[in-house]
Write a protein that binds this ligand. Structure first.
Ligand code: FA5
Length: 345
């Protein structure tokens, strides 16, 4: 029986291909894939099978062309089916594997912290900055002029004893250098370069061959403050130290001066701070000795100044309630991670 025109056969095939495309594109799982397989590729009454049967109704002369068209559509539908099958096998599985379960607890992120001494140094710099002091730096390897002579510490002074300092012999230098034993060196370096008025603070490492104990370490940090302006008095010194201590420790901190001696200040004092009912020595201070002002070319009749030097480990220990400053250097993370710097300056 030859009652199907080639055009009608072709139109039927194109409709089949379009519907197969649409149906297979919507396949999301194994069940719909199977339905589509039966509908289009079913061995008995699948639509391709029926189209193949229609081939028999096409006129003999058109059969070769109709056969080629049928084969092309059959291959296309089989390829679409294979793609849908692959998607059904891998697609949904991947999606479920990649789905985020928002009810699961998150993976904790471990935050690092600044070392408590770094926190302390930054905090001191910030407080002193608010009081109008500029942060300056100086070298840790010093010459004897800046560490001693300009600070009125003459050659025969016991502070220059080789047993109390880390001297370094330097090639082509007549005199040895040393690891600075105090940050007062920076006072001299700044005054040599600038004219008053001056308000500076310097924070850094200093070195002394001290035996390590609860309050001493051979390498430690100092904070040095220097103010030089006409009319400066001990009252200004005490006010600045009191403002600093109250800001640093929090609350109303009392500051006590005890008479002392430093070659480069006159008068000189030891600075104690009382906090939570206990007094502790924080450092030394005094009015800059006129001999020091003269050594850097200032006129002591025109300007006066005060200076102070505090031990950073001591004030950090005070603030954090640490009994032994050696703990700052033991590098035990369980100790160090107790001091949170979050929210601090
Ligand atoms: C001085 O170093 C003076 N340059 C301070 C000064 C500055 C006085 C300006 C006047 C004017 P002293 O040697 O006392 O002073 O040390 C100051 C502070 O450093 C001490 O009070 C203490 O807090 C700290 N310190 C001293 N030696 C050690 C050490 N081995 N380990 C830890 N901290 C120390």
């Amino acid at each position: 029986m030859t009652n199907l025109s080639l055009d009608a056969f072709t139109a039927d095939l194109e409709r089949l291909r379009a519907e197969a495309e649409q149906t297979l594109a919507d396949v999301a799982d194994e069940a719909t894939l199977e339905q589509a397989r039966i509908e289009f590729l079913g061995a008995k009454s699948g639509r391709l099978k029926l189209a193949q049967k229609g081939l028999g109704q096409v006129a003999g002369s058109d059969k070769p062309a109709a056969g080629r068209q049928f084969n092309a559509v059959k291959s296309a539908v089989e390829a679409l089916f294979q793609q849908a099958k692959d998607r059904a096998a891998t697609g949904p599985a991947n999606v479920s594997a990649e789905t985020v379960d928002v009810t699961l607890p998150g993976t904790p992120v471990r935050f690092g912290r600044l070392h408590p001494l770094t926190q302390t140094i930054r905090r001191v710099a910030s407080i002193m900055g608010h009081l109008g002091f500029e942060v300056v730096d100086g070298p840790e390897v010093e010459d004897q002029w800046h560490n001693f002579e300009a600070l009125a510490i003459p050659a025969e002074h016991p502070a220059r004893d080789p047993l109390d300092n880390f001297y370094i012999s330097v090639a082509n230098s007549a005199e040895p250098f040393l690891l600075r034993s105090q940050t007062s060196t920076v006072q001299i370096r700044v005054m040599e370069q600038r004219q008053p008025p001056l308000r500076i603070v310097s924070l850094g490492r200093v070195y002394r061959p001290d035996t390590a104990d609860a309050t001493h370490y051979p390498m430690f940090h100092q904070v040095e403050g220097l103010l030089v302006e006409p009319g400066t008095t001990m009252a200004h010194l005490k006010s600045v130290l009191r403002a600093f201590a109250s800001n640093f420790l929090g609350g109303d901190v009392h500051v006590r001066f005890r008479p002392s001696f430093f070659p480069f200040t006159e008068p000189s004092v030891e600075v104690d701070m009382e906090w939570n009912g206990r007094w502790i020595e924080m450092g030394g201070a005094g009015m800059v000795d006129p001999a020091v002002l003269e050594a850097v070319g200032y006129d002591p009749d025109e300007v006066s100044g005060f200076a102070f030097g505090l031990g950073v480990e001591r004030i950090a220990a005070r603030r954090f309630g640490v009994a032994d400053i050696r703990d700052f250097y033991r590098n035990d993370v369980r100790f160090l991670e107790q001091f949170s710097d979050r929210g601090q300056a």
